[in-house]
Design a protein. Structure first.
Lengths: 209, 361, 623
């Protein structure tokens, strides 16, 4: 199949993201990239665990003083839901329903943005209430680096999805842009999975001490 | 026949190599001249692994030489050799034999890894908190000098480690600035002095071998630590148990700095009190915290073998060093901490320092 | 109308190389850049050997010496060996599997330019206040204390070029998985392709830890973080782990392609198929896998405790088994063959004993307690030079000589090649063999000088003499390249006469679209099979049709250049320069802007029409 081919609902392939060689390559390449990203986050997790609660001065806030369940729980729910909505978007992509795909992507973006907003609030809270900053201790450096790297990924994912939505708003789906949408959604799931680990390892395990 | 001759040549070459391995190097410095239990264990492991490896090399080289001579392409020969896929039998052979050889090496490796890490004796303390039956030395590495503290004896010294022979000496190793590594090649392998946490290990100094080495071993820093990494040497002086006890007595006896004798030395003492004492202590019972001990303890400077680890222990070299330390140890922390010294002041200081002797012999 | 083979002026050629996405041209870019960095690293090596030739030498100062050793190691590993390996992979692998190009031609070009700007950035340190001076391992406590910007150049330069490598790795993996020509099953892939495959997987999993390590160090040095600052709770051992989790697989990333090249050479020049092909594949994969399990053998003296040391010692020894399998398979490939000693084959033959030496000292190093003696001494220096020079560099020299006609359409002079070989080989053994003993006699590595009368003088002098012999060899090689390029005598498809794999079934150099029709592969060594049946070319697997090709693009250059600019901003951020943040922002804008353009601008490539392809054949121009 060819990237510039014109399609009807009937001829639209079942897996539009993998219908062309370019798509197939991108699909595989992106999975491999996510493999590399996994190692990247694994290294950051290891660093965080090694430096958790390592502060120069006993009066400084530790993980158990900082983290509060309600806030992070809401953030987790937001991101989990956004992952679900991106699944809906991909479902509509496979059915060649461009409008619905765009709307679900929009919901995804809004949820993601809300998550980022919460994260900014959270960081701000730690800095001003607890003096827990990037430079205050090794614990601070490793916390903000791990969670911040994830936040950076969320921000990049948002930019990516938004630019795809804007770029393709007027011309609908074809086999050239279907893999792009698919990869963006794959990336979004990956971010979500990483967050589940952050939620568990950083927040839940942090709260119990 | 020609081939066999070549093999013999190879074997004799390896024999010469082994000889070279066995009896070589400076007795004060060479890892091939093990002067203690630890170095001996390591040396034996080296020999064992070398023998196994030489065996492997011989096999490879023999096959290799045969191939090179027997299967050369001859001019004008355009035939196509048989395309052999492989041979399970051969492949199994060269998979299992190496595994067996490795097991032969792995067993002693694992055993001695655990043996050499056995520092339990350091944890046995008496009621005063002193180590019960073991001699412990705290080694603190600093940018280009070494401090040796005997915590149970109340002695701090530097640059020259003094140890008794024929008993295990236990070490706590750490660094106060960047990572270094503590290495006395003829007595045992190295251990890093990290900036995070303390490492522990032990060495043992063989009396006989120490005598052969004139009771002096070279110590080196083995981890790149800055410009003068190459010059971060120390010395180890070995003494018999009785001599060591005497040395400890002498050191403990110095409650105040050894007084200067003569006018020139007196003048030197004054200069020292003015410019040097802030960093350099001259009593072995330096009770200040480590962070305040910014420079080598000089209480037995006159007894030492080298100046700043690398210069000869002469008045002239000491003068040179005091005049411009940067020239002899680039990047050291002493440069620029005291004002310019004129010639007279230098010779006064030299006189004073060279007479800081503790040993009563 | 052979529009594709027009003569071009210099400007047009330059623009062509700046925008190319053709794997064969990118290979040439890698080769040239890697070659230049190899010469730079070699000069640094010569300075080291001159300084150490006699005791108490003052050819270079202590501080400068540390910069030279750091840059020698960093340059040779990251900026010479890696790109030269990538040059061969790019030049050969797609041809060996009969692919049109790599899976992501644009990313291929991006990978090169990231490497190019990263390497350039790193080397600019020489002119901007001093090079990094904490060793290529850049251990954190020393690196944080290092004054000036040397370490910052190291951190940022490697970060940028490392990204390029990672991209390259993913690209090759996808290419090999998705783009093999019909009939090219995994177990028919040439060993060089197999090693490219395994190496790419290693890159994918090994480079992220380095990325993280470099990021942490960048944060510590430039943005006030405390990862490695013990006073604030940090821990420097984290750096050592991250560095070696990357660093050990990196060794295999370098050596496996050399193994791949040698596998091709032994088969070709013995006129025999590779002995034990499937166990060779298995060994390659196993080496790659085990390569991740052994990093802590670089840290035996750190004080990780006897349990960790024992485990890593035994795991390390295990690697000897698959490596041994390879050595014996190579020997038995020659056994019963008709061995022709061409220049590349000479390298291959010399590789066996040289690399065996490096391998066995590796096992000696694996015995942890003995390693307490070897570690950070000249014994280790000798060991890894035996592996890297005796393995990787011999492999690269062999590979470059072997594939030179395929890349440039002309052969290097054999006589000069053999002169290079002998100088290099003898020089190499002279330089490094003696260093084993220097280490055992107590000489630590990375020392800028040594005292008299320690028993090290003669050995050091011998070592320096050897280094000069190697330098002569390299000079002869440079001369060889120049004169053969000037003569430029064109050669046919299979200039060595005994080519076995697909790349020898296509013209030298191949047309930019590679195989006009994808070739049909009927077994291992597909070209050899056809030759044995009396054919001169491959049977096509498809009818002649239009070929879809990607467009060239200048964006890889701008994306990489943006990071290059941003790196300067980050570097001077430490100095509280007011312009540092704007420079970072401008740089990142260039990068992300270019990425955005790439993303929103449709690029469907172009087609070479069937008629044009026929046209070329009719004119007999195997362009």
């Amino acid at each position: 199949m060819h990237a510039e081919e014109k399609f009807t609902d009937a001829t639209w392939p079942a897996s539009p993201e993998k219908a062309t060689l370019e798509g197939k390559n991108k699909y595989l390449g992106f999975w491999l990239f996510l493999g590399g990203e996994t190692v990247l986050f694994a290294s950051l997790f290891a660093t965080y665990l090694a430096l958790k609660d390592k502060v120069p001065d006993d009066n400084m806030a530790l993980a158990k003083d900082l983290f509060e369940l309600p806030l992070t729980f809401i953030a987790t729910m937001l991101l989990l839901t956004s992952s679900l909505t991106s699944v809906y978007a991909m479902y509509h992509m496979k059915n060649r329903d461009f409008k619905k795909m765009q709307s679900w992507l929009l919901v995804t973006v809004l949820l993601g943005a809300a998550f980022l907003g919460l994260e900014v609030y959270e960081f701000n809270h730690y800095v001003h209430e607890f003096g827990h900053t990037f430079t205050s201790s090794a614990f601070g450096s490793s916390f903000y680096t791990l969670v911040g790297f994830h936040g950076g990924h969320v921000a990049f994912g948002l930019m990516w999805i938004i630019s795809l939505m804007v770029r393709n708003a007027k011309r609908g789906l074809n086999l050239y842009n279907a893999p792009k949408f698919y990869l963006a959604s794959l990336y979004w799931h990956f971010i979500d999975v990483v967050w589940v680990f952050i939620f568990t390892v950083v927040y839940l395990m942090g709260m119990v001490g | 026949m020609k081939k066999r001759l070549q093999n013999w040549r190879l074997i004799s070459l390896f024999a010469i190599m082994t000889l070279f391995l066995a009896g070589c190097g400076n007795a004060q410095l060479s890892a091939l001249n093990p002067a203690g239990e630890v170095a001996k264990t390591q040396y034996d492991l080296m020999v064992l692994s070398t023998l196994i490896m030489v065996l492997v090399i011989i096999v490879v080289v023999i096959l290799f030489v045969i191939v090179l001579f027997r299967f050369r392409h001859k001019k004008g020969d355009d035939s196509i050799p048989k395309q052999v896929e492989g041979s399970h039998k051969l492949e199994i052979i060269w998979t299992t034999i190496p595994i067996l050889l490795l097991i032969i090496l792995a067993v002693p490796t694992v055993m001695s890894t655990f043996d050499l890490a056995d520092t339990k004796a350091m944890d046995v303390k008496d009621k005063d908190g002193k180590t019960k039956d073991a001699l412990v030395v705290n080694v603190r590495a600093n940018l280009y000098w070494w401090e040796f503290e005997y915590p149970d004896l109340g002695i701090v010294t530097s640059q020259e480690l003094v140890v008794p022979t024929d008993q295990k000496v236990y070490f706590n190793l750490k660094s106060s600035d960047v990572k270094h590594s503590f290495w006395v090649p003829s007595v045992g392998g190295k251990m890093d002095t990290n900036v995070d946490g303390t490492n522990q290990f032990y060495l043992e100094f063989d009396n006989e071998k120490s005598n052969e080495a004139e009771n002096l071993f070279h110590g080196k820093c083995a981890e790149l630590c800055g410009p003068s990494h190459a010059l971060m040497d120390f010395k180890v002086k070995t003494k018999t148990k009785d001599e060591f006890t005497a040395w400890v007595k002498d050191m403990q006896g110095v409650k105040e700095a050894v007084p200067a004798k003569g006018d020139v030395a007196k003048q030197g003492e004054e200069i020292f009190a003015e410019s040097c004492i802030g960093c350099h202590a001259v009593t072995p019972n330096d009770s200040r915290p480590e962070a305040a001990r910014l420079a080598p303890n000089l209480s037995n400077f006159g007894d030492r073998d080298k100046i700043a680890g690398v210069l000869d222990h002469t008045d002239e070299e000491l003068g040179n060093w005091l005049e411009d330390p940067e020239k002899y140890k680039p990047g050291n922390k002493m440069t620029g901490t005291y004002g310019e010294l004129d010639e007279e002041q230098i010779s006064a200081l030299t006189e004073y320092l060279m007479n800081l002797k503790v040993e009563s012999k | 109308m052979s529009t594709y083979a027009k003569k071009k002026g210099f400007g047009a050629t330059l623009w062509d190389f700046l925008t190319t996405v053709d794997h064969k041209k990118i290979a040439i870019l890698y080769l040239i850049t890697g070659g230049l960095f190899f010469v730079v690293g070699g000069l640094e090596a010569m300075f080291i050997r001159i300084q150490l030739a006699v005791p108490n030498n003052d050819f270079v100062s202590a501080g400068l010496y540390n910069e030279i050793i750091t840059m020698h190691g960093t340059t040779m590993i990251f900026l010479a060996a890696m790109p030269l390996v990538f040059a061969l992979m790019n030049a050969v692998m797609p041809l060996q599997i009969g692919a049109r190009d790599v899976a992501f031609p644009f990313l291929n070009s991006l990978g090169f330019w990231l490497f190019f700007f990263g390497g350039t950035f790193l080397n600019l340190s020489w002119f901007m206040g001093g090079a990094p001076d904490a060793g290529w391992t850049s251990y954190a406590s020393l690196a944080l204390q290092s004054e000036g910007h040397g370490i910052d150049f190291y951190v940022l330069g490697l970060q940028i070029s490392g990204l390029g490598t990672l991209i390259g790795g993913i690209n090759f993996l996808v290419t090999i998985i998705n783009m093999r020509t019909p009939g090219m099953t995994y177990m028919r892939m040439p060993l060089f392709t197999w090693s490219t495959f395994v190496v790419s997987a290693l890159i994918l999993f090994a480079f992220p830890p380095l990325t993280v390590g470099l990021t942490l160090m960048m944060f510590d040095r430039m943005f006030g973080a405390n990862f490695f600052v013990t006073a604030a709770g940090g821990n420097t051992i984290i750096w050592e782990h991250l560095f070696w989790i990357f660093g050990h697989p990196e060794v295999y990333i370098l050596i496996l392609p050399a193994f791949g090249v040698f596998s091709e050479l032994f088969a070709t020049f013995s006129r025999k198929r590779l002995f034990g092909y499937s166990s060779m594949v298995f060994a390659t994969v196993l080496i790659g896998f085990l390569g991740f399990m052994v990093w802590a053998h670089h840290m035996f003296t750190v004080g990780l405790g006897p349990i960790a040391n024992a485990i890593f010692a035994v795991a390390t020894m295990a690697i000897a088994v698959p490596t041994g399998i390879k050595i014996f398979n190579w020997i038995f490939t020659m056994w019963g063959g008709k061995v022709r000693f061409t220049t590349p084959m000479l390298y291959a033959v010399a590789f066996i004993p040289s690399f065996t030496m490096g391998g066995v000292t590796g096992i000696m190093n694996a015995a942890a307690p003995a390693d307490y003696q070897y570690h950070d001494s000249y014994f280790v220096v000798a060991h890894f030079h035996y592996v890297i020079v005796g393995g990787v560099v011999l492999g690269l020299l062999a590979g470059i000589t072997f594939y030179w006609p395929k890349m440039f359409g002309t052969m290097l002079n054999e006589t000069l090649g053999k002169i290079t070989f002998w100088f290099f080989l003898i020089g190499f053994h002279l330089t490094f063999f003696i260093q084993h003993f220097l280490g055992l006699l107590g000489m630590p590595r990375r020392v800028f000088t040594y005292q008299k009368d320690l028993g090290w003088e003669t050995s050091n002098m011998i070592s320096t003499v050897g280094a000069f012999l190697m330098a002569v060899g390299v000079l002869v090689m440079v001369y060889n390249i120049i004169i053969t390029s000037i003569k430029n005598e064109k050669v046919g498809n299979d200039p060595w006469g005994d080519g076995r794999t697909l790349e020898w079934a296509i013209s030298s150099p191949p047309p930019f679209y590679n195989f006009k029709q994808l070739p049909l592969v009927r077994g291992l060594d597909p070209y050899w099979i056809e030759k044995m049946e009396g054919k001169t070319e491959m049977t096509p697997a498809e009818p002649l049709g239009d070929i879809h090709m990607p467009n060239g693009s200048f964006l890889p250059v701008t994306i990489s250049f943006g990071l290059f600019v941003a790196a300067f901003g980050a570097l001077f951020h430490m100095d509280d320069k007011a312009w540092s943040i704007p420079v970072i922002i401008i740089g990142l804008l260039i990068t992300f802007g270019s990425m955005l353009i790439r993303s929103v601008k449709d690029d469907h490539g172009f087609h070479i029409h069937k008629e044009d392809l026929m046209d070329n054949t009719d004119k007999g121009g195997k362009s």
